[in-house]
Every structure is written in C-alpha cells, then in structure tokens.
Design a protein around this ligand. Sequence first.
Ligand code: MSP
Length: 654
Amino acid sequence: MDHPEEKKTYYITTPIYYPSDNLHIGHTYSTVAADALKRYKTLQGYEAYFVTGTDEHGQKLQQKAQEVGLEPIEYIDRIVADTKKLWESLHINYDAFVRSTDPRHEKNVQELFQKLYDKGAIYKGEYEGYYCTQCEAFWSESQLLDGNRCPDCGRETQLQKEESYFFRLSEYRDRLLQYYKDHPEFIEPKSREAEMVNSFLKDGLDDLSVTRSSFDWGVKVPFDENHVVYVWIDALSCYLTGIGYGTDEEKFNKFWPADVHLVGKEIVRFHTIIWPAILMALELPLPEKVFGHGWILFDNDKMSKSKGNVVYPEPIIELYGLDALKYFLLREFSFGNDGSFNAESFIKRLNADLANDLGNLVSRTLSMIEKYNDGVVPTPGPSTELDGELEELAKSTWQEVDRAMDHLQFSSALQAIWKLVGRSNKYVDENEPWVLAKGEDATRLNTVLYHLAESLRIISVLISPFLPDTAVKIHRQLGLEGELVYDDAKVWGLLDGQRVHKDGIIFPRMDVAKEVEIFQEKNAALIEQRKKEKEQSARPQLPPYKDEVTIDVLDQLDLRVGTVLKAEDHPNADKLYVLTVDMGSEERTILSGIKEWYEAEELVGRQVVVVTNLKPRKMRGILSEGMLLAAEDLNGALSLLSPGERLDSGATIS
Ligand code: MSP
C-alpha cells in the first residue's frame, strides 16, 4: 500500500557476478542498464536501491585458486577489488555490493536453508548426473551434446553420483504457471516466458539438488557439515542480504520484494523458476519482474577471452568517454535481444547521434545565443505554429520516455529523446537564425533562440539517467546550477534572461576509418597486455634471486661427486640419515635431513654432489663431514643433485 507521505521505493538488482578477471563490455551491460534505471527512477522521485555483488563459492573457483597456489579467498579478493574499481570507473551508483563470502550473508544462507528444511521443502537423497565443473551444473544424459558435452558451454562433463539434499521444485510447477498467468509482466520480454514454459515447465519439473559434498568451498549446511549449499541458492539470496535481510528488518521490509531483477538471458531460468519457488517455500513475496536481456556479441560471435574477440570498456572510456559507452550500449541494442558490437558501427553511431545531433545542437544553440544576444537567453516574441510544434514535442517527450522505460526499453527511450534533438536541429534549419540576425527586428530571432534553449534544457534533463556527465555539462552551459529535476522536463519557460556559457565541444566528430583503426589497435594492445599479465601471474612466485657475486666466491667451494655406500637412521634424530659416502680417496660420514623424501635403500649406490670443504659439524652426537646438495620446488618436492652420467667417485665439480 502506498502511504502518500512516504517516498515510493524501487529495488533493482543486477546478477551477482562470478569473480572473473578483466570484465568485458558484455559484463557491463546489466550494470550500466541498472545504473541508468536507478538514476531514472530517482529522478522520478522514487527512493531507488540498487544491489550488485559477487558470487564467490563453488568448485570452479576453488580449483582456479589452487592452480595459482592461493587460498580461494585470496584469489577472489584480488578479482573483487578489480571489479569494484571497474564499477567505480563506470560511475556505477550501486547502494550495496554483496559478496557471497561475507559472514553475514553466509549466516543468512544457513538460516534460509534451515527454514526450508524445517518446512519440509528440502530432503536428503542421492544424485546422479553429468556434472559440468565450468557451469557448476548437473545434466541428464538426454540433455548432453555429442556424447557427454555440457549443453551450455560445450565442455566435457563427468558422470558423478553423490549424496545430496533436494529442494522439492517439482511441487511448484502449477503454482509457477499460475503465477505467470496472474502476473503477465513478471517475465519480460514476453518471449522469455514462453521459453520457460515450453522448455522447462510444460513437461514437469524435477526436484533440484541443492547441496554438494564433492568439494567444500561453500556455505556449510547448518546440520550436515559434509555438504555445502549449491551456489544458486547462495547467490540468489544475495538479493535478500543486500537490503538487510537478517540485519535490518525495517530496510528489508521497505525494499522487498524487488521491483526488477535484471539478468542475462541464460540465467532467466534460475530467476523465474528456482528463485520464485524458493521464495514461495519461504513464504516471502515474489519479485515484481525479472527482465532477461540479450547478449552482446562481437561481430556476431560470443565474446570470449580464449577467442581473443573481447571488447574491453577501458579503451572506450579512455578514447571516447564514459557517456559514449553508456549511450552506445543502451541505444544500439534492444535490451531484450542479442546485439553485436562492431567498431565501425560504434564510431558511426557516436558520430551520428552524439557529435552530429546532440553535440551540434548544443554547440550551435549556445554559439548563436552568445553571438546574437550577448550570451543571454532572450525573451520570446509571439509563437508561430512551428514554435508551438517544437514546444509541444519538448514538453511531451517525457511521456514517451516513461512509456519505454516502463518496459525497460532503454533504446526506445533514447530514440524518443533523439526525436526531440532531431526536431530541434531541423527547427534551426527551418528558421535560419543567421538570416534573421541580419534583419532590423530581433523579435523572431529571439523567439527562435529561446525555443532552442528551452528544448535543450528539457533534453538535458531527459538524457541525465543515461548520459549523466553530458547532462550536467549541458545544464551548466545553460547557466543552470543545482540538481536536474524531472518535472522541469514537463514544463516550458524556465530560461528567460538566463546567462549561458558555451564551453567546448561535448562530442567531437571523428574520421570513421581512422578512428576504427585507433580503437582496434588500443583494444588489441590491451588484450595482449592482459594475456601477458595472466601468463605472468600463472608463473610460480619463487623467492627473489640473491645478490650478485664474483667467481672467486664459487672458487672457494669444493664440490665433488660422491657415491653413497651406506644409509642408516640417526639414532637420536628422526629426520636425519647417517650416510657413508665414497669420495674416491676416502670415505666420509655425512648427515642429511632427507628422510621425508628418500628411503634408505634408494640411496645406496646413488651418486650425489657433496660440498666437501664445509666446516665439519656435530649433529646430535655424530660429526658430519660435508653436505649433500638438493633442489626443492614450491610444492615442497625435493630431489638430490647427481651427475647426469655415472662418474668415478671424487670427480670434481666446477
Ligand atoms: N553468478 C551468476 C549469477 C548469479 S545471480 C543470483 C552468473 N554470473 S556471471 O558472471 O557469469 O554473469 C553475470 C552476468 O553477465 C549475467 O547476467 C550474464 O548474462 C552477463 N553477461 C556475460 N557475458 C555477457 C555478454 N557478452 N553480453 C551481455 N551479458 C553478458 O551468471
């Protein structure tokens, strides 16, 4: 129920991302959209709240950390720091960043799991299926591609059988279908609802395995230490943690249910089948909407680091600015569908929409006000039909924007605004102010300049959720201070007598062919640099080399080949062998701490490298007359040094 004195709330989420190095522009899509939506809703007067985060548990991450010799959390911390930095550089205005490894969240997951178990929604059983480590998903035989490949990523799966807890998903099929019917806007675009019904719900649902016991990097099942909670329950419940579930009841009640979960198309199933069923079982209200957006492809192919066809946000921001990236992502692609990035269409769109249309309108409007009226917006004279037409379009454009944004059609919203930009530019051409300026009477010129300034003011308000920096720049150039206010886009006539300050070009026009080359070079250089960094970080972190020495230091060492004749346990030291070593001219007793790696019988007959002129040292009562050289790697494996070929005992080493 709405309380008139209370601000209406609007809760938006992006997916909770898997920690991944170097996010590409596809990854920024949900986040850029959520940010624009939040700004738009805030401008409309809502108290908007935006949650994003990282989904940090699971076998895949545990394995990746192991490969580079780090603890999972050490490995993840570094990536999460980079992700946050990226969101910061994109000026993503989120309110909470939930890390699924945050103890507060882990506690919530345990509580939720316990609740589901107590309600009988979860039971213990056994799972058999084909497991894809990459996607952390089990598949049935009929779902596999070409023998045993994962239908999502195409990688090989392994047949696994394990004890597991199951969520009674099968019981929710009818309720879900009914819910979709009663809430036709729950899944958008509509085509995704049809996909869910036809591919998953039509033939019934299986119960869902919700724990794993084959690895332990996850939230432990509160009453069964052998199991960790399956990542999807863990990840989805970040949406609850982000608004204070378990810590701030008031905040939670204020914002839940979510108004929209923005998700990529491949995870719509988790958000529209599994998530609502879990919420039903928990007796929590369901989100108002799940919007499944399309993927951003590269030249019609899936972006992937391994294919080397990724486009990174950094070069775009550096060369063209943040707003150019945001504008392109939101305008070029229809939010529900896939879209393909292509450098040429990217530069062409910046040229056409930002430099030619918007940039030109700003530049010519302000220049003319400066040139023809000393930088002050003039008082208009009587309006003609043409003026009225521009005024009407400007005052009503917000309605078009609202209509589009009600269905998260960012591209249509921007098109509606650009219709006004285009109309304003045409209005300049129709009125030819430079001709009017030559006449005696300035009334008509004043009316035209005034209309242009007003239209530009409204445009600056309307674009502000999508191009926030540009909006402020235009606003300031129009001499306006303070926040941009949405209602100002609905009214005409705020600028009479306003002093403007033209300040540079907001979007320069570019030579397409040259710019495509510059962009591609920069992006390719970054791909190369990141590949190198990755190779470098995959190398073991060995101790640094010692300080340089001169040859005489080596000359001082007397190294010779010896042959082990006898190997016995040291009577008073667990880790030491007492070795009798043939040095050619004599036999020596040498103590060596290699028991952990070698059996005594493996040593007898083995040739070794002996430091012969080390001062003899007594160890636990026995004198050692030398030292054996050995190599040890980072994993703690050890190997005694020996000559590659057999030599006479006593052979010298230099
Ligand atoms: N961890 C899960 C989400 C759990 S939500 C409770 C996950 N993470 S992800 O990192 O793999 O994906 C995050 C989002 O990035 C998804 O919505 C995915 O669709 C999106 N994208 C990844 N590549 C993309 C493109 N090339 N284009 C558009 N979106 C893409 O899934």
